[in-house]
Design a protein around this ligand. Structure first.
Ligand code: HBI
Ligand code: FE
Length: 322
């Protein structure tokens, strides 16, 4: 497997396929320590409920674990004003995540639920697609219960509590984004039935994980994979290497993505409402067209693209040459 080069947080669902640009869950990889060797086939790990949730057991976190949260929190909180979008920064404040240490889901959920009806549930790690989508469709966000070790601040293969809670939950306090995530979960369940998950997963990747938002003040981050990574919070906005293109639903669903390094292309939505509106349409005809359309090379710029930044791709080229 190819190792990531820069310090960054990897959110890949599939460390085993790094080098390939898509993620899925190979059956032979134990993604969480408690998971059996045959992965998801055998159902939830011992101690988890049928829907894969577990108790957070907030009292069981040690001081070292709270310290890892605080270190990561302070780093990102200092970096993100002027980079993350307002709904994210507002959400971070509203949830009181700065009070120190790993958040207690029970406490955090009171405010989150009041704001948008969402709640966070603890899971041991990655969960199967159908389980994941079912939680989203019911306004429950499955968050990893564990936190990375102090020597893994910049690099992690599975989503831990910092990525999941710091990265994802603030946006769930925004009513429009909250509806988008629910719609995505429902669409995911339908896509599974239609065998179209591959393309829908790209939508998640380029929006929920690595999305950028156009605002009056400039381009801002809303993607959880970016806001939870110090290095990518800078790279995604400031580096001349990646393409930054206007969001187009079908275009995004034809674009592969990287799990092993910084993205080569970011898609910029004009507003959260536009993103929600795009997902509320019937995907049936879209899947029909996508079935006949080819994938777009990851670094390509099409004549139809709205180009905010024509990337040099220098970073990706240098990385590939190593
Ligand atoms: N499980 N815990 C967890 N977190 C995810 O982000 C996740 C998952 N299972 C499946 C999955 N993501 C993907 O199917 C979607 O991102 C498309
Ligand atoms: Fe994530």
């Amino acid at each position: 497997m190819r190792q990531p080069r820069g310090p960054r947080t990897i959110l890949s669902g599939d460390p085993g396929l790094a080098g390939d640009s898509e993620r899925n869950f190979p059956p032979n990889r134990a993604i969480v320590p408690v998971m059996s060797a045959d992965g998801f086939a055998s159902g939830p790990p011992p101690g988890a409920r049928p829907d894969w949730t577990i108790d957070q057991r907030w009292d069981a976190y040690g001081p070292g674990e709270h310290q890892v949260w605080n270190t990561l929190y302070e780093r990102q909180a200092a970096l993100l004003p002027g980079r993350a979008c307002d709904p994210f920064l507002k959400g971070l404040e509203a949830l009181d995540l700065h009070k120190g240490g790993i958040p207690d889901f029970a406490r955090m959920n009171v405010e989150l639920n009041r704001l948008t009806g969402w709640s966070v549930v603890a899971v041991p790690g990655l969960v199967p697609d159908d389980v994941f989508f079912d939680h989203l469709a019911n306004r429950r966000f499955p968050a990893g219960q564990f936190i990375r070790r102090a020597d893994q601040l910049d690099y992690l293969q599975e989503p831990d509590i910092f990525h999941d809670v710091f990265g994802h939950v603030p946006m769930l306090t925004d009513p429009v984004f909250a509806d988008y995530m629910e719609a995505y979960g429902k669409g995911g369940l339908r896509a599974l039935g239609l065998g179209q998950l591959h393309q829908l997963a790209r939508l998640y990747w380029y929006t929920v994980e690595f999305g950028l938002l156009q605002t009056d003040a400039g381009v801002r981050i809303y993607g959880a994979g970016i806001v939870s990574s110090r290095a990518e919070s800078i790279f995604a906005l400031d580096d001349p290497s990646p393409n930054r293109l206007g969001f187009d639903l079908e275009r995004v669903m034809r674009t592969p993505y990287r799990i092993d390094d910084f993205q080569q292309v970011y898609f910029v939505i004009p507003s959260l409402q536009a993103l929600l509106d795009a997902t509320l349409q019937d995907f049936g005809p879209i899947y029909g067209r996508l079935a006949k359309a080819s994938d777009i090379p990851i670094e390509a710029i099409l004549p139809t693209d709205q180009v905010l930044n024509r990337g040099t791709q220098a970073y990706a080229r240098a990385a590939a040459a190593q």
